[in-house]
Design a protein around this ligand. Structure first.
Ligand code: 3PY
Length: 249
């Protein structure tokens, strides 16, 4: 496999200062000499203390969202340049929780991804179908529409990662079977190559997200088009997160 595994923790809105720094340090302590690249995406409040605490370790730090403007009258928002300034290398965009609770559209996610690219960040762009859409056999159409609308034309393997997160598997304890995940990942790669060009898309990493844990990570990561994981709950315990990274080694 040419594509390096990426094991990314999405901490969501969890972690006070001391616990968050301790968790990041525990991840950093287990990060040396791994085949997989490790990434933690803590709440914005913890980015700076974590970068200061683990600087130099083989763990990247990322944001969970950013605005599409670099600065301005956007109360409460954070710009990609600000994330970059603190030492972030990545930003998660268009997570289903942002799409659902903040009404983010594909167009907004795309604008954010373009701004992230301009700031020198790698955008992790999330797509995924709801349970009703899966039941109605709309999964692949929904995914194509989201990709078409959310991914910048100029995306490359160096600045873009896709995360497939079936909405019915997020925070529910339900996980896609390895076959279900592979089917959609294969579709994402094929659709991306056809739509955005094979030269750019061949090396784009496609992560699976949705209740990935040490017990199911090995099977999911052994699928040919699963290039890593975007981990929710299991990223909040260093042993579980590193256990998933073990499965990628
Ligand atoms: C989950 O695993 O629940 C996620 O949403 C990861 O982003």
């Amino acid at each position: 496999r040419d594509r390096r595994f990426l094991i990314a923790g999405n901490w969501k809105m969890n972690g006070l200062l001391q616990d968050g720094v301790d968790l990041a340090k525990a991840v950093a302590a287990g990060s040396d000499g791994r085949k997989a690249e490790l990434l933690v995406c803590p709440p914005a409040t913890l980015i700076k203390p974590i970068v200061d605490a683990i600087g130099g370790a083989a763990v990247a730090v990322g944001g969970q969202d950013c605005h599409y403007e670099d600065s301005g009258a956007f109360t409460g928002d954070i710009s990609p340049t600000m994330l970059k300034d603190l030492g972030c290398g990545y930003v998660i965009l268009g997570h289903s929780e942002r799409r659902a609770y903040h009404g983010e559209s594909d167009a907004e996610v795309k604008a954010k991804a373009e701004a992230a690219h301009d700031a020198g960040l790698v955008a992790i762009i999330c797509v995924g179908e709801t349970e009703a859409q899966r039941d109605a056999n709309e999964t692949l159409t929904v995914i194509s529409t989201q990709l078409y609308g959310s991914v910048p034309e100029a995306a490359t393997p160096d600045n873009t990662v896709i995360a497939y997160e079936p909405v019915w598997a997020i925070g529910t304890g339900r996980t896609a079977t390895p076959e279900q995940a592979q089917d959609v990942h294969d579709h994402i790669r094929t659709y991306g190559m056809a739509t955005f060009g094979p030269d750019n898309w061949d090396g784009v990493r496609i992560l699976y997200g949705g209740s990935m844990k040490p017990g199911n990570a090995g099977e999911l990561l052994s699928q040919p088009d699963v290039d890593g994981g975007l981990i929710g709950g299991a990223s909040l315990k260093a042993d579980d997160f590193l256990g998933i990274a073990d499965a990628a080694d």
